[in-house]
Each structure stands twice: as C-alpha cells, then as structure tokens.
Design a protein around this ligand. Structure first.
Ligand code: DC
Length: 223
C-alpha cells in the first residue's frame, strides 16, 4: 500500500463472480510485473478441504481450523492441496457454492486474513476478490469494482463450461449467479460492496483488454 508506513503499491479488484475480474487482475499484474492474489481460490480451497475431511460447511470452528492451516500451494499455474493437484477441482460449481458458504463465516475470514496480507510484497500486488479494497487492503493506492449484469456473467460462464466439454443450462446459471450475489452481498462480515473510493467499471459491454487498460489508467492516475 502506498502509505508512509508501507511503500508497496497495491491495486485491488473486487466484484461479483464471473465479472472477468480474475482475468483482468492477472493481466494487470503481468503488465506491471506485480504479484497476484486470487483470494477466491483460498475460499475455494477451504471449502474443498472441508468437503474432503467431512467437515460441515456451516461448522464455523471446524472450517476455520482448516482455513488456518490450509496445506495449499500455488506452483506456476497450478494449485495443490495436500499434494493433490486441485487446479480444476476448485473451479467446479459445487466448490464455488461451498466457497460462498464458508466465506460467510467470520472466523473463516479472520483465519485467512494474514495469509492474504502476506502477498503484499515488492514490487507490488494486484489483489482479486470481494473485500480486497474494503477490508484486506483498505489502504490500497488504486481500487476498482468490476461488475457486469448477471445475464452477461452467466453467458460468460456458460461459454467457459461448454468450451471445456461440460453441459450447462444458461437459465440455471443466471439463477445460481443471482443466488450467489445475494449471499455474498447480504452477509454481515465483509459483504460484496464497492469501497467508497473505488472506480466502478461495468464490463457488460466491454472486452477484457479495454477493462485492463481502464484499470492501468486508473492506477497511473493515482501515482
Ligand atoms: O472469486 P471466486 O468465484 O473464486 O470466489 C469464490 C467465493 O469466495 C465467492 O462466492 C465469494 C468468496 N470470496 C469472498 O468472500 N471474499 C473474497 N475476497 C474472495 C472470494
């Protein structure tokens, strides 16, 4: 964070699922040579770990204990949990659903806080999530809130699933998207909402490259 106490620049990109923020954040990080934090992956790993260990997703203390000692590593483009390659497994809709449930538990969010902040290293960080600009990196130099209509986001997810050879229902995806948005926005801890000082970027009619350029321009305007 670019403050007197810490010279490390942080760019936060928050928004609902399938808004394109993951791709945008990764490209912005690559353009600047910054580190990249996919905080949603940590919630997905926590949910997957709970499922594997038979811990109920509403068992706050049990799930928080797993989150606090999450044996997960990121190597190159892949994600490992207890020596198992879970890169694809954490992207499953069931795991995303589980992640949204465990993310509503305050003790789980607290257990993941230090791990997320440890990513703040020179030359800088681009952090992707729901509460990066409001909670985890509230002092970030540049904050962006990326949105798109539920229909546009469901359409993008549909395309991804079909391209991977999965079957999918667009109507069901729109409904899932709306249910997850409602849960992520209504929870009492760190709900999905723009930081007061965030740039709002609606990508419903915008391609990825234009969104990347808009984020970079916003960051440079803050320097
Ligand atoms: O971005 P994603 O779809 O991988 O996130 C999965 C879930 O994790 C999502 O439903 C909300 C939750 N999440 C969160 O609560 N806070 C974050 N910083 C990132 C994700």
């Amino acid at each position: 964070m670019s403050t007197a106490s810490s010279p490390i620049p942080v760019i936060t990109i928050d928004g609902p699922s399938a808004s394109g923020k993951g791709t945008v954040a990764e490209r912005v990080a690559a353009a600047l040579g910054f580190h990249f934090l996919d905080s949603g992956a940590l919630y997905r790993l926590t949910a997957l770990s709970a499922m594997k260990h038979g811990v109920a997703l509403d068992d706050e203390a049990g799930v928080a204990a797993l989150a606090a000692r999450l044996p997960a590593t990121f190597r190159g483009g892949s994600v490992w949990l207890e020596n198992e390659n879970v890169t694809d497994a954490i992207r499953a809709e069931t795991v995303g659903e589980g992640a949204s449930k465990v993310a509503a538990l305050p003790a789980v969010r607290a257990a993941l806080l230090d791990r997320q902040r440890a990513y703040c290293q020179l030359p800088g960080l681009v952090a992707d999530g729901r509460d990066m600009g409001t909670v985890v990196f509230a002092g970030a130099v540049a904050k962006v809130f990326l949105t798109a209509s539920a229909e546009a986001r469901a359409g993008r997810r549909y395309k991804q699933l079909i391209e991977k050879g999965n079957s999918a229902s667009l109507t069901a995806l729109v409904a899932d998207m709306q249910a997850r948005d409602a849960r992520d926005s209504a929870r009492t801890v760190a709900p999905l909402k723009p930081a007061p000082d965030a740039l709002l970027l609606d990508t419903t009619h915008m391609d990825i490259e234009s969104a990347v350029q808009a984020v970079l321009a916003h960051y440079h305007s803050k320097q």
